[in-house]
Design a protein around this ligand. Sequence first.
Ligand SMILES: Nc1ncnc2c1ncn2[C@@H]1O[C@H](COP(=O)(O)OP(=O)(O)OP(=O)(O)O)[C@@H](O)[C@H]1O
Ligand SMILES: [Mg+2]
Length: 240
Amino acid sequence: MNYLRSVVLREQPQRDLYLNDIPAVQQLIRVGHLDFPKPVTVFVGENGTGKSTILEAIAIAMGFNAEGGGREHRFSTQDSHSELWRLLSTIKTVTPDDGFFLRAESFYNTSSYIDQSGSRLGRYGYRPLHTRSHGEAFLALVQNRFEGHGLYLLDEPEAALSPQRLLSLLVSMHDLVELDSQFIVATHSPIVMAFPGAEIKLFDENGIHTVDYRETDHYQITKQFINDPDRMLNYLFSND
Ligand SMILES: Nc1ncnc2c1ncn2[C@@H]1O[C@H](COP(=O)(O)OP(=O)(O)OP(=O)(O)O)[C@@H](O)[C@H]1O
Ligand SMILES: [Mg+2]
């Protein structure tokens, strides 16, 4: 299901001028829109290429709290988001029943907020998120709180998860997609980006392009490393 079909940039950023130096934003200025034709879209690319900036702007433009959470969550610790959201129009099909924005840096604050809203605790598996490990809390959130028919925006969900739990995340995502959900996920994990049928948008110095899973550096470097760690380590540590 594609609740969010496209985002359109109406005008160029004027306040947060650093945005104009990010090639992904330059592409938005040039082309005018970014489309989401598949139920799962994955943002990949080097550090600093603009994945979080664009994901966060989409989240706020869709009505989520800038710091993460469901659309019912309203809390604020520090405003660190850019003006980009204000310049975007979202093209939607229908409004999703459910949704969640996981911000890489603020899962702790999101968990605190959820734990304090005691009445809703049942939705998270009857145990405060702060009494669980980071990975346990994150997976409890996905398995108990994500109900389907939703739009889920996740920034680096792999930060919390062991490889085994990453596979569990793929299973949960698959079940949720079967229940008419849409995901947009920024990730460095070759496991997450392998989601079947996902559209992989590569952010680089030229902008944003759709690529095949096996074309990504993440896949190729991880594969080379795992196939022969000694060879790569010898190469990295050699002085010539
Ligand atoms: N408030 C700010 N002022 C100036 N530059 C900023 C600000 N916030 C972000 N940037 C710059 O914007 C660029 C894009 O950052 P962003 O966090 O979107 O990258 P990313 O692709 O998510 O990287 P990563 O993979 O490391 O999470 C970076 O070069 C960053 O330094
Ligand atoms: Mg990021």
